[in-house]
Design a protein around this ligand. Structure first.
Ligand SMILES: [Zn+2]
Length: 173
């Protein structure tokens, strides 16, 4: 069996936009289906380019910040793959890629879990407790919580965890 590794980004998501997706139920599901379709179509295209006769496995990384439901993505991909012979029998494996940020001021790097803990601490009384909070309704508020935990600078970049991409495809010629 052969495999091809390729960071083919299906979707680069804007971090500020993401938070809206989660709370718009129908849009949310439609969103997952359109992403699953891009994944299936891209897999079939890559397989054709590689001269594959059959794709065995497709590894997809889903950025933590995308807030996408892996189960919906998986069932959508399983439904949609039937339309393409080369990926018809492929297993689509979805994995969450942790979000990481890097401060452009001091260079410190941190994960999204630190941001979530901070939000929980402020609104829910404890870093380990999740609760209903204003960020759910005013998503832009999250910007003010993403600051460098070390120097406090709001100037940061998202290093990983923003997009959805096909990491690897296993196939037979
Ligand atoms: Zn910093």
């Amino acid at each position: 069996m052969l495999s091809v590794s390729l960071p083919t980004c299906i979707l680069e998501l804007n971090i500020y936009f993401l938070w809206y997706e989660v709370y718009v139920g129908v849009m949310f599901v439609l969103h997952e289906w359109s992403i699953a379709e891009s994944i299936v179509v891209s897999s079939a295209k890559i397989a054709a380019e590689q001269g594959a006769s059959k794709v065995v496995k497709v590894y997809v990384k889903v950025g933590e910040l995308s807030q996408l439901e892996l189960e919906i993505l998986k069932s959508a991909a399983n439904e949609l793959k039937r339309e393409y012979d080369v990926v018809r029998d492929a297993e689509f494996v979805f994995e969450v890629e942790e979000a990481r940020f890097k401060c452009l001021n001091c260079g410190y790097s941190w994960g999204f879990s630190e941001v979530k803990r901070k939000i929980n601490e402020i609104f829910c009384g404890s870093p380990d407790r999740e609760c209903d909070n204003p960020i759910h309704y005013v998503p832009d508020l999250v910007n003010s919580f993403i600051r460098c935990p070390k120097c406090g600078s709001p100037d940061f970049e998202v290093v990983t965890g923003r997009g959805v991409y096909i990491a690897k495809i296993d196939f037979v010629k």
